[in-house]
Ligand binder design. Structure first.
Ligand code: GTP
Ligand code: MG
Length: 485
């Protein structure tokens, strides 16, 4: 299923149920919110709400229903009452946002109740009994998208805001929710569509092609107003990816060299068990640390060596798999001991990776001691550390940033547009189609063929904003949401 802008609403028509969910996390706290969205949210809320002063209304039909319909964006104080049993469940504040000035563009009522699992579930249960259906994960935001209030990039930004682990990631997400990415895509789409109009005109009036455009101008326009901004977006994806996802850094070395001790220093807490017994760590331990606000996903691993121990062997094999996917390897050796065959074997496995040689246990040797290392290791970035005394950690942190990010200044200076992988893939497809079109013009291909490439470029960009996107892509995006958002 593919949906154009105009089709969005009709897709929603398939399901116009009024939906409801608890919008706050479970657990005891000051306030818990039950959110209701849809045509019937006002009548449902009115049927279980008695505004203060209306509590003893014997007619059982509080005039509140009218009040709710008249005025939007108001908060009412009162009680939630089970209408069948006439029992007050909670004292609440109820806010009303009438369509279209609401998150979903539908009528929304939010019940601010006290937060406790029992009370919130009891109120939700009442709302469902009155005719609402339990919302699916992300369904409120999906409706905001389907009703055209936000585009797909803005919907995705909602989940990014919720999941942001750093202030930088939050900044990217807030820029996106304000429409930063959407605007850059729309600017390119406008240029592309203008060019397509010219090309179509030239196809329809072949005798007047010369008057409509010349080849060089067309190529130039495609290059500067389409290809370059698209390349820029791809570059931004690459540069900002690690600011959002973190740099995957794996700590490897033979048993007992101090990997887990180093891990604890880097994440600044005693998370991993450290002991003088070789083979202490057998499984992965993953923790996120921040260096200059850039998230680093550290993984401590089982010491690599030849062993008959089955459990250790599983851990060791997993480590090799993990090294494959890591962006950076911290290769830890013991300065107080000579290198062993195991160290050399490990080096062979990580030779092709970005790496830092960590010479640990420097406290056990003199300041001037030079470790005897093979000549091919000389070019690797090296740091002397003492994980036991927390020494050399700042240096290792600086090296991590320098090694993993080729252009740290560029990363810090980047403005706040940060496409995600889905956006980047679509932009890449669009750019390829545009490049084919530019080459086609140079090769004097028929304009009809050029137009096909340009329209393909438009289609790919429309997937980014969601004005043309497959239903399964939508499902995938919204399934990442929590219930109540
Ligand atoms: N003197 C000194 N001892 C250290 C240092 N780092 C770690 N140790 C000690 O070395 C021993 C092994 O440390 P771990 O951090 O458990 O080493 P590991 O590499 O994780 O070991 P496995 O999990 O068995 O592979 C412990 O007794 C630590 O206290 C250091 O910098 N200096
Ligand atoms: Mg360990």
């Amino acid at each position: 299923m593919s949906c154009s802008l105009l089709q969005r609403a009709s897709i929603l028509k398939m399901d116009q149920a009024t939906i409801a969910a608890i919008a706050t996390p479970t657990g005891s706290s000051g306030i818990g919110i039950i959110k209701i969205s849809g045509e019937d949210s006002i009548s449902i809320a009115a049927s279980i709400f008695r505004r203060s002063g209306f509590l003893s209304d014997e007619s059982g039909q509080p005039s509140l229903f009218l009040t709710l319909h008249e005025k939007s964006h108001q908060i009412f104080y009162g009680h939630i009452v089970d209408p069948k049993r006439d029992i007050v469940l909670d004292e609440v504040l109820l806010s009303v946002m009438l369509a279209p000035r609401s998150y979903t563009r539908e009528n929304i009522v939010e019940i601010n109740a006290h937060s406790g699992a029992v009370v919130l579930n009891a109120v939700l249960e009442l709302v469902l009994q009155q005719g609402a259906r339990l919302a699916e994960p992300g369904e409120f935001t999906k409706r905001a998208f389907l009703n055209g209030r936000i585009d797909l990039t803005q919907a995705e930004a909602v989940i990014d805001i919720i999941n942001a682990k750093t202030t930088q990631a939050l900044e990217f997400a807030t820029n996106q929710i304000k429409g930063g990415l959407r605007k850059s895509i729309e600017a390119v789409l406008n240029s592309l569509n203008d060019i397509i109009i010219e090309v179509d005109a030239a196809i329809d009036f072949p005798d007047e092609v010369g008057e409509i455009f010349d080849k060089e101008t067309l190529q130039e326009k495609l290059q500067t107003s389409v290809a370059e901004p698209l390349s820029d977006l791809i570059e931004r994806y690459k540069r900002t990816k690690m600011l959002k996802n973190g740099i995957k850094t794996v700590i490897v070395g033979r048993p007992n060299v101090g990997k887990s001790s180093l891990m604890n220093c880097l994440i600044k807490k005693d998370r991993v068990i450290v002991s003088e017994i070789p083979g202490t760590t057998r499984d992965f331990i993953e923790e996120v640390g921040l260096i200059k606000n850039i998230p680093i996903v550290f993984t401590d691993t089982a010491g690599l060596h030849d062993t008959d121990d089955r459990v250790e062997t599983i851990g060791i094999n997993k480590t090799y798999e993990y090294i494959e996917s890591a962006e950076l390897v911290l290769f830890v050796v013991d300065m107080s001991d000579s290198l062993t065959e195991e160290d050399h074997q490990i080096y062979k496995k990580i030779e092709y990776k970005k790496k830092i040689l960590v010479m640990n246990k420097s406290d056990l040797v003199s300041e001037t001691f030079l470790m005897d290392i093979p000549s091919q290791w000389e070019t690797i970035d090296r740091v002397k550390t003492s994980a036991l005394f927390n020494r050399g950690i700042d240096e290792i942190e600086n090296k991590i940033l320098d090694t993993a990010i080729q252009d740290p200044e560029g990363v810090y200076n980047i403005s706040s547009i940060s496409p995600n992988l889905r956006h980047k893939d679509a932009v890449e497809r669009s750019l390829n189609a545009v490049s084919t079109a530019i080459a086609g013009i140079a090769d004097e291909l028929s304009l009809a063929l050029v137009a096909i490439d340009l329209k393909e470029a438009v289609g790919a960009l429309e997937e980014v904003t969601g004005s043309s996107v497959k239903g399964d892509v939508l499902d995938q995006i919204f399934s990442r949401f929590c219930i109540g958002k």
